[in-house]
Design a protein around this ligand. Sequence first.
Ligand code: ADP
Ligand code: MG
Length: 402
Amino acid sequence: MSEMSEANKDLLEKYRKEVALRRKYHEQLVELKGNIRVLCRVKPVLKEDQHEEGQSVVVTTDPNNESALSVLKGQGRSHNFELDRVFHPQATQEEVFQEIEPLVTSCIDGYHVCIFAYGQTGSGKTHTMEGSTENPGINQRALKHLFSEIEDRKDMWTYTVTVSSVEIYNEVLRDLLSKDGEKLDIKINPDGTGQLHVPGLRLIEVKSFQHIKKLLAQARRNRITFGTQMNQHSSRSHALLMITVLGTDLASGAKTTGKLNLVDLAGSERVWKSGAEGERLKEAQNINRSLLALGDVIQALRGKEKHIPFRNSRLTYLLQDSLGKGNKTAMVVQVSALESNVGETMCSLKFAERVCKVELGHPTSCSHGRPGLQGLNRHTLPGVYSVRLNIENIADSLVYRS
Ligand code: ADP
Ligand code: MG
């Protein structure tokens, strides 16, 4: 008996080492691929989008290069972008999800993951994140995958899945799973860990995919209802679905906590260009500020900067523990291919490029997340940088910041 128990102990020890190694290699692999990935999805031209007859399509993808995208800016000039992955207009919900799936698996392994949908209103953010009943988006596919993985691992692990859902409108946080959209605050946890928590936030334990579907429907209904009460449209708020996966290894008792944050961002269009005033202007400024803050955070993370400006918006503050080092993020930038949207398309792609193209070895004071300084390249002389200032970018960043 004692020999057996010794042998068991030995095996358990070996198994733990293997698990630790697997996690280490997985982590290294994901780091090589990039912990932060910027994807772009081009919306197909739908009949209802064609307000003017014969509008031309100005965005083209390259069938031989999954990272390239080109925008025709008029007068024969075009702008080429290179991102981590570009989805052509005919790409299916399943194809988009395939790119996200490894991140969902990591979440079960105990990583924190954020997936954002960015873009102007109507560009397909909600379609990508939620989709329809017949053709569900990332949310439902991720949850389905999560529950089927949990089922596959049930001999070795047990998992508890909890869900919460909030919306951020004008920098105010509301609980989408409460009856009346209770307002919430983000506080430092009194347990001394320095972690953030949201007192009063409803965390609902879910046992099945069907249960989650009901909660998703409730959150969607609430978002619309609170939206009408405030006479606002849902495209002006950020909607978050936050899934926590607590795992316990049945053999060793070891615990893991993974988080999956799925974020349908507010529309990125710059409405003050059309002379918005009052409430509408305030909303637009809040959206702009928070999207800019998100861009700054992702750029700082991708550039491995020491200071990450999480505190500059509710959204980044709330997601602080999921965005930091060792976590994984995917930003799905949605663009319209139509000529009439070329201004917003260029802005969205510049945002994508800004968070995508960070090649600096270490931070410099002038590179601090500002659009317009994005052509910063490290040259062969150590410590010497050349700054390519693109007047168009600077003009754009002035619009953004004013
Ligand atoms: P957003 O959330 O960015 O405002 P939506 O997701 O609501 O935009 O998309 C606007 C409309 O376009 C919806 O009717 C949606 O079903 C449709 N749509 C968006 N993307 C696609 C796509 N890839 N394929 C088919 N229809 C799409
Ligand atoms: Mg939407």
